[in-house]
Design a protein around this ligand. Structure first.
Ligand SMILES: [Zn+2]
Length: 158
C-alpha cells in the first residue's frame, strides 16, 4: 500500500514535469516563430505582480508570461530583431481605429471580450484591439526614437 502510494506520487510528479516541459516547448516554438517572421516585436509593459491582485490575471501567470518575454527578448537580440517594451496604459480601452477611449472600463470591463466603439462603430476583440494599439505605439517610438540598428516597421504585438 505504501509502495503503491509512493508510485502514484512519483507518477503525479512525472506528469507535472511533463506538462511543465511541454508548455515551455510551446513557448520556445512560438517565440522562435515570431522572431523569424517579424522585423520588430513590441510587447506591453504590463505589471504582472500588480495584476495578480485581480483574479482575471491568473492566466497571465499561468501562461509563463515572464518566461515568454525573456525568450522573445534574447532571441530577438540573437537575430537582430527590434524588440521594445511599450507603455500599454489604456491599450484595452482605446479604440485602435479612432483612438478614443470608448472601450470597457474598470474591473467590470475586464470580463468584456468584445465591444463596439461608440464613436466610430468599429467592432473590437479586446486582445486584438490592445495588440493593435501596442503595435502602433511601438511603431511611433521607432519613428521618433534613435534607431541603433535598422529594423522594418512590419511588426506584430503579442
Ligand atoms: Zn472608434
Amino acid at each position: 500500500m505504501v509502495a503503491q502510494r509512493a508510485r502514484k506520487t512519483e507518477r503525479v510528479r512525472a506528469l507535472h514535469a511533463k506538462v511543465k516541459n511541454s508548455r515551455k516547448d510551446q513557448l520556445h516554438n512560438l517565440s522562435t516563430a515570431l522572431v523569424e517572421e517579424y522585423g520588430a516585436i513590441f510587447i506591453g509593459n504590463e505589471n504582472a505582480s500588480a495584476l495578480t491582485r485581480i483574479r482575471m490575471a491568473e492566466s497571465v501567470l499561468d501562461a509563463g508570461w515572464s518566461l515568454f518575454r525573456t525568450m522573445l527578448q534574447y532571441k530577438s537580440d540573437v537575430v537582430s530583431v527590434w524588440f521594445d517594451e511599450v507603455d500599454e496604459a489604456y491599450s484595452t480601452r482605446t479604440c485602435s481605429r479612432c483612438n478614443r477611449r470608448t472601450g470597457p472600463n474598470g474591473l467590470e470591463g475586464l470580463g468584456t471580450r468584445e465591444w463596439a466603439c461608440l464613436e466610430c462603430g468599429a467592432y473590437h476583440h479586446r486582445d486584438i484591439n490592445a495588440a493593435e494599439n501596442i503595435c502602433a505605439a511601438g511603431c511611433r517610438r521607432l519613428a521618433v526614437g534613435i534607431p541603433v540598428r535598422p529594423a522594418p516597421c512590419a511588426a506584430a504585438a503579442g
